[in-house]
Design a binder for this molecule. Structure first.
Ligand code: IPE
Ligand code: IPE
Ligand code: MG
Ligand code: MG
Length: 328
């Protein structure tokens, strides 16, 4: 993102991130001390803070103040962090945000507890904010619903791990709808609800977030193959080593079904990982995935059409492009 348009987006994301982080650090409490450290380790390690940005900007585009959206934005980032801490246990992801993941540093039992506490404190911190009770109730119900959806998506993800039968693309889309796009959609919905926007705008933003989230996860799966650990802050090629039927893998196996046996193998040799990656690169699967992500991003942008031109709308449109162009 070397363009001036891109850097203004990144600057705005950083500004929201600083306010959200300050809110988290003022309000997040866990006891004993090692649990506090384990909970905040991943928060402090970095992260793009895209989800709180979506909450805040969705509130702003509907005429609400960013201040009012801050507690929800912080709670959403805590919920996201909880899912990352548990996801790393499930995926054996040893590096997260450029640092050792929580289970590597403190062990699986503490990582389970830290994840649980990140979730419960997210709700607790949000519950004590000063929004009116009916808005607060609606937002908390949405947070509970989306967390259930993420669990369902993660369960599907597990069933797509070393699968005897390769999932269909439609099943992959259902899985990423639940594990990733649902949270992007909820971020936007929550921002709009806090602004007390008309239903039409709540719906439009929810759909924008959902399409954005689909594109986001497809790109995440592509970057797991072509990215670098330095840029991503997490391991590359781990999906292949873990036998995950991601979209690039599904598309490759359609063309080269003989590679299925590699996906089923428990511990792949480095040369086998390389063979798989070369096959993915050569068969055109990555371009197909990028085209699909681009189509979802264009769909996301179309959902913003009901909103009049504004600086916030421009940022949300830029964010959509960033989702497919990003390298981290
Ligand atoms: C990682 O999300 C989890 C996925 C849904 C792919 P991000 O890539 O937004 O993670 P951070 O917050 O920037 O670390
Ligand atoms: C992330 O899925 C989804 C959730 C954490 C709910 P992945 O397992 O694909 O994400 P990364 O690549 O580890 O960040
Ligand atoms: Mg996972
Ligand atoms: Mg993972």
């Amino acid at each position: 993102m070397g363009t001036s348009k891109g850097s203004s987006l990144l600057r705005e994301i950083r500004e929201v991130a600083e306010r959200v982080d300050a809110f988290i650090h003022e309000n997040f409490k866990a006891f004993p001390d090692f649990l506090q450290k384990a909970c905040l380790h991943t928060v402090k390690a970095g992260g793009k803070r895209l989800r709180p940005f979506l909450v805040v900007k969705s509130c702003e585009i509907c005429g609400g103040s960013s201040e009012k959206a801050l507690p929800a934005a912080a709670a959403i980032e805590l919920i996201h962090t909880f899912t990352l801490v548990h996801d790393d246990i499930m995926d054996r992801g040893e590096i997260r945000r450029g640092a050792p993941s929580v289970f590597v540093k403190w062990g699986i039992p503490v990582a389970i507890l830290a994840g649980d506490l990140l979730f419960s404190r997210a709700l607790e911190v949000f519950a004590s904010c000063s929004l009116d009770p009916s808005t607060k109730f609606e937002v908390m119900a949405e947070m509970a619903r989306v967390t259930s959806s993420i669990c369902e998506g993660q369960a599907m993800d597990l069933s797509f791990t070393r699968p005897k039968e390769i999932p269909k693309e439609g099943e992959y889309i259902e899985m990423i709808s639940k594990k990733t796009a649902s949270l992007f959609a909820s971020c936007c919905k929550i921002g709009a609800v806090i602004a007390r926007a008309d239903e039409k705008y709540v719906q439009a933003l929810t759909q924008y977030g959902f399409s954005l989230g689909l594109a986001f996860q497809i790109v995440d799966d592509v970057l797991n193959i072509v990215g670098t650990e330095e840029e991503l802050g997490k391991p590359v090629a781990s999906d292949i080593r873990e036998g995950k039927a991601t979209l690039p893998v599904i598309k490759t196996l359609e063309k080269k079904p003989e590679l299925h046996k590699l996906l089923l193998k428990e511990a792949l040799e480095d040369s086998e990982v390389e063979q798989f990656i070369n096959a993915i690169r050569e068969c055109g699967a990555l371009d197909e995935c990028r085209s699909m992500a681009k189509a979802f991003v264009e769909e996301a942008k179309r959902h913003l059409e009901p909103f009049p031109a504004s600086r916030t709308k421009a940022l949300l449109l830029q964010l959509a492009d960033f989702i497919v162009e990003r390298r981290y």
